[in-house]
Ligand binder design. Structure first.
Ligand code: 9PG
Length: 440
């Protein structure tokens, strides 16, 4: 399509929650992985190009910059096949190619790229007959203060502080750190002595209990991977496919079509339901869709969707389901809320220079560019409020959550908050959430 090369913007939408998604001028270098483990864990590894071409996963938009209509190039079936879409600037034109079926929408409506994406999302949601998302609960999450070092006492202390401070938090969500290993969800880590008892204490105090899992990952150190090597997605030569590297170990992907895996996931999530847990943050779920050989001959996206559906059945229809590290378009219709960004961090810039990694800049970048999904596909989770002293530019992050936060969560040790932090946390947990961010 013809464009004004000085003014045109190519807007990329990435594969999963953590994949950088934003618009670029034609001369700009798009964000790309700067290490192999990040390419696998934060982008779509099988399609990742270099910075010499623009790249959307199932969705890319071009604003020609000459006042003309926006062009949206999108997957024909966003929950079925997600083509990789490439765009290049060539002699005053943008040339787009895709490796699967796409449709091209010319949108002359108001609001530029965000407006065009919102109208596209309305059409997709309408076509699938999606109901309006359920109202989201408010959350306290253990991750961004305690990380993997969280203890049972930390959660109990904050549970008490929620009462003392009278904070309007519905769900106390225990994040990564309660479990022995990645995959060994029912074996407690050394810092937790009575996990079911902790969840009962949460319910006894009138809050809902929430838990984090990475249900489709198998850590190399886990008992699960040692006991069930046949559960892993493999290459054609029989080697387990890498699902990345984190927690100082290699990660593998569970084959969600394998009957043993399905039984195991059912038993884990039914056990959680029996403990009274009814909020689930399922994380690193991109793993279920990774290309490879499975028990049943299905696509990665089909394997992913059947894995998430199985979890939904085990947790019950009333439980709240939050996707994280999740392929975006393939999750439509499966989750109540979706993390749309990489992690927030106390620092504004990512340590590694890659905005798929924890940073305020990366989290805000995606939160803005994915605002069009909120209220249409699910409730957007921009990531938690962190408002304690020491968080760089905390006023800016709070303003971002106020504008773009569908799901509202606090993730500070509540005894770490100063007056401003407490006041801001209370306000963000109390204020009504915008239903749609973009007029359609
Ligand atoms: C728990 C955390 C928190 C957080 C999630 C997720 O290696 N990585 O690129 C990587 C990306 C994200 C990440 C961890 C590692 O964070 O987003 O909220 O639940 O897991 O481990």
């Amino acid at each position: 399509m013809p464009v004004d090369p000085a003014r045109a913007v190519v807007h990329e939408q990435g594969w999963q929650s953590w994949s950088p998604s934003t618009g670029y001028a034609l001369g700009e270098q798009p964000h790309r992985p700067n290490a192999e483990k990040r390419r696998i864990g934060c982008y779509r590894p099988e399609t990742a190009p270099g910075a010499d071409v623009f790249w959307g996963e199932g969705l890319l938009a071009v604003d020609p910059g000459d006042g003309g209509p926006v062009t949206v190039v999108a997957a024909v079936e966003p929950t079925g096949t997600v083509p990789s879409i490439r765009a290049r600037a060539v002699d005053g034109r943008v040339v787009v190619a895709a490796d699967g079926p796409v449709r091209v929408v010319t949108d002359a409506g108001a609001g530029g790229v965000p407006g065009a994406l919102a109208r596209w999302a309305d059409e997709v949601a309408g076509g699938l007959g999606l109901p309006a998302p359920r109202p989201a609960p408010t959350i306290w999450c253990s991750w961004y203060q305690y990380f993997t070092k969280v203890t049972e006492a930390d959660v109990d202390r904050n549970l008490g502080l929620l009462d003392t401070l009278e904070l309007p938090v519905d769900v106390v969500q225990v994040d990564d750190g309660y479990q022995a290993e990645i995959g060994d969800w029912l074996i407690p880590s050394g810092r937790f002595s009575d996990t079911p008892g902790l969840f009962k204490r949460i319910a006894d105090r009138g809050r809902r209990a929430g838990i984090w899992t990475a249900p489709f990952l198998a850590g190399a150190r886990s008992r699960m991977a040692a006991d069930h090597p046949d559960w892993l997605v493999r290459d054609t030569d029989g080697t387990p496919v890498s699902a990345g590297n984190n927690w100082d170990q290699d990660l593998y992907a569970l084959d969600t079509t394998h009957p043993g895996v399905r039984d195991y996931l059912r038993s884990v999530f039914s056990t959680f339901a029996g403990w009274g847990i009814d909020f689930h943050k399922i994380d690193f779920v991109y793993a279920a869709a990774i290309p490879g050989v499975r028990h049943e001959d299905v696509t990665g996206i089909e394997a992913y969707r059947s894995g998430v559906r199985l979890i939904r059945e085990a947790i019950g229809a009333q439980a709240y389901l939050l996707g994280c590290g999740a392929p975006q378009l393939p999750s439509i219709g499966l989750v109540d809320a979706m993390r749309v960004s990489p992690d927030i961090a106390p620092s504004h810039e990512p340590e590694s220079g890659d905005v798929s990694q924890p940073s305020q800049r990366g989290a805000a970048l995606n939160g803005v560019s994915r605002a069009f999904q909120h209220g249409r596909f699910w409730v957007n989770d921009p990531d938690c409020v962190v408002a304690r002293p020491g968080v760089e530019r905390r006023e800016e992050w709070a303003a971002h959550v106020a504008e773009f936060g569908g799901l509202r969560g606090s993730s500070d040790g509540l005894d770490q908050l100063d007056d401003w932090g407490l006041k801001t946390t209370r306000r963000l947990l109390t204020d009504p959430v915008p239903r749609h961010f973009v007029a359609s």
